[in-house]
Write a protein that binds this ligand. Structure first.
Ligand SMILES: NC(=O)c1ccc[n+]([C@@H]2O[C@H](COP(=O)([O-])OP(=O)(O)OC[C@H]3O[C@@H](n4cnc5c(N)ncnc54)[C@H](OP(=O)(O)O)[C@@H]3O)[C@@H](O)[C@H]2O)c1
Length: 254
């Protein structure tokens, strides 16, 4: 049955930045499709309630405190997952940061390093650890959360845009390297989604106004609206898709 292709029964998914916003929606969406889910972010107290929500959906859940910019944390996240749940079928690299708001010409080296460490290096490190497990399994799906800011110059968050463009190329390079091992690597690129992360954008009329004007659907997006594309990329429904970025932006880039 075509709809069965979207099911993830008994697969194991790891989602970073899962304590709130887009990551939380993705974690619950994967659980709803049948996956056991490991949720990760820095603050364990914010993760436990999400793990509990996954359990209420009838799936196994683990909450693992993880700073995705730290190599030892990323390694521990994957080894804990395989020790407790036996495998890694899906990795969603969703955690990201943006400590800088303003012209790129003024950014400090410290802020630049922080953005690249979490948004790009974290994504690479977790993909490396997960890919080793997936290679032994001869299957797996890695999904990176990029941004339309990685495809078109974003207002006042230029370094973030550079990091998200890097995530799109990282996706393509890994898709090429890992395809022969049965591992697919894709990305999603959300537009403006109302979360804590993007608050400085959707509460600023000078940014929100032009966004809504240039967006055919005339509104911002919600975290739950990111789930369908992730289920597609995580599941057999997208078995012949790799190296691709799906844009979820209400048509803004059009
Ligand atoms: N919202 C948008 O408009 C938008 C648009 C395009 C793309 N995105 C992307 O969507 C993803 C999720 O963003 P969001 O809007 O859902 O943000 P959010 O609601 O602020 O959630 C961010 C999540 O990432 C975690 N996190 C932050 N730094 C981390 C680190 N160093 N290590 C591990 N976890 C970390 C946070 O938990 P802790 O603070 O406890 O670690 C939280 O769980 C990001 O990749 C973002 O770039 C968002």
């Amino acid at each position: 049955m075509p709809l069965d292709q979207f099911r993830l029964d008994n697969r194991v998914a790891v989602v970073t930045g899962a304590s709130r916003g887009i990551g939380r929606s993705i974690a619950l969406g994967l659980a709803g499709a049948g996956a056991d889910v490991v949720v990760a972010s820095r603050k364990i107290q914010d993760l436990e309630p999400v793990a509990e929500e996954v359990r209420r959906l009838g799936r196994r859940a683990l909450a693992v405190a993880t700073h995705t910019g730290r190599r030892e944390d990323t390694e521990r996240l994957i080894t804990t997952t395989t020790r407790e749940l036996g495998r890694v079928d899906v990795l969603v690299n969703n955690a990201a940061t943006n400590p800088a708001f303003g012209p790129l010409i003024d950014i400090t080296p410290e802020a630049w390093d922080k953005i690249m460490e979490v948004n790009v290096k974290g994504c690479l490190l977790l993909s490396q650890h997960a890919a080793r497990v997936m290679m032994a399994q001869k299957s797996g799906s890695i999904i990176n959360v990029s941004s339309t800011g990685g495809l078109r110059v974003p207002t006042m968050i230029g370094a973030y845009g550079v990091s998200k463009a890097a995530v799109i190329m990282l996706t393509k390079v890994l898709a090429r390297e890992l395809g022969p091992f049965g591992i697919r690597v894709n990305a999603i690129a959300p537009g403006l989604i109302e979360t804590r992360f993007s608050e400085a954008l959707w509460t600023n009329e000078k940014i929100l106004g032009p966004y809504l004007e240039s967006t055919p659907l005339g509104r911002t997006g919600t975290p739950d609206e990111m789930v369908g594309a992730v289920l597609y990329l995580a599941s057999d429904a997208s078995a012949y898709v790799t190296g691709h970025t799906i844009v979820l932006d209400g048509g803004t880039l059009a």
